[in-house]
Design a protein around this ligand. Structure first.
Ligand SMILES: NC(=O)c1ccc[n+]([C@@H]2O[C@H](COP(=O)([O-])OP(=O)(O)OC[C@H]3O[C@@H](n4cnc5c(N)ncnc54)[C@H](OP(=O)(O)O)[C@@H]3O)[C@@H](O)[C@H]2O)c1
Length: 279
């Protein structure tokens, strides 16, 4: 199979390169390749003639999206339509990733794959436009929403940010009024490979590590990180208004997976991540 990965140097992109490595691969990323250049996108896809394109590229700095919403829209929104059309022209299937931030997070029961979207932030709005461009195209697709993504190929991922703060301050205050479901990028890449290999019909899928239906708070996540690392520092809960951020986040960022077998529990995934990190 010929596989092109867009955003191949990103946290998920590099896990995908490893997972799909036995195929004939093309990695596309900045600065040599930009999704926002339609001619370039079309030319690369036409030349490589992939069977599968995986789009792991995005403008992922949620707070920076508020001030740079035009650029975020170009990458997260408009470019997805360009890529889908280029894929359609060569009959390639497109795997695309989206986010829990397309939902407003007001529902403590969480959000199934077909739940109504209502983003609160510029990032969420741009990612929703990307979803709409994909669903409105005639391209064969898998659209995978994920959340709270961490992996070894980004040294400023959420887990590393928590560890850095804990070590710097000798203590940790963590938000206890926002809920979510963590996802290990390596597990997400493995599921993506399985979905492609089993010929899963087109559709929207929610993929996170197995987490209780009510999710966990950032406090619970931080506590688990500190405990698993054996750090002897106090972890205390706090309210989210203690950490003001430019973008509004959903309170219940809960992606309900109603279609796929569950992944391994989030604690197991975190344990593997932390052990590989310190190995
Ligand atoms: N991280 C999370 O917590 C999270 C949560 C939910 C969903 N997601 C989704 O999961 C997917 C993967 O996220 P990630 O965290 O792996 O992202 P990431 O680490 O930020 O990687 C994204 C990659 O895309 C590249 N890129 C940005 N703009 C581009 C452009 N115009 N043309 C080509 N490449 C471009 C980036 O290059 P530069 O680094 O040079 O900019 C980077 O290599 C994204 O769709 C994201 O929206 C992520």
């Amino acid at each position: 199979m010929r596989v092109a990965i867009v955003g191949a140097k990103g946290m998920l992109g590099r896990e995908l390169e490893a997972a799909f490595g036995s195929n004939t691969m093309l990695g596309l990323d900045l600065p040599e390749f930009s999704l926002t250049n339609p001619a370039h996108v079309e030319q690369q896809i036409q030349a490589f003639k992939p069977d599968l394109v995986i789009n792991a590229a995005a403008y992922t700095n949620v707070d920076a999206c508020e001030a740079n919403s035009d650029l975020a829209m170009a990458i997260n929104g408009t470019a997805v339509g360009t890529l889908a059309e280029a894929c359609r022209q060569v009959n390639a299937r497109l795997v695309h990733y989206s986010t829990d931030y397309v939902f407003d997070g007001a529902n403590s029961q969480g959000y199934a794959e077909d739940a109504k979207t209502n983003p609160l932030s510029a990032y969420g709005r741009t990612k929703l436009v990307g979803e709409q461009k994909l669903l409105g195209s005639s391209c064969r697709y898998l659209m995978i929403r994920t959340a709270w993504l961490f992996g070894k190929y980004r040294n400023d991922n959420v887990v590393e940010k928590i560890i850095a703060r804990a070590k710097k301050d000798g203590k940790l205050r963590m938000v206890n009024d926002r809920w979510g479901k963590p996802t290990y990028a390596k597990d997400l890449a493995a599921v993506t490979l399985q979905l492609v290999q089993c010929g899963k019909p087109d559709g929207i899928f929610h993929v996170t590590n197995a987490t209780p239906p009510s999710g966990i708070t950032w406090y619970e996540f931080g506590l688990a990180i500190v405990e698993q690392l054996g750090l002897k520092i106090p972890v205390t809960p706090c309210a989210s208004d203690e950490f003001p951020q430019a973008a509004v986040r959903p309170v219940y960022s809960l992606l309900n997976n109603t279609k796929l077998p569950p992944l391994r529990p989030w604690q197991e995934a975190l344990k593997e991540y932390l052990s590989e990190r310190s190995a």
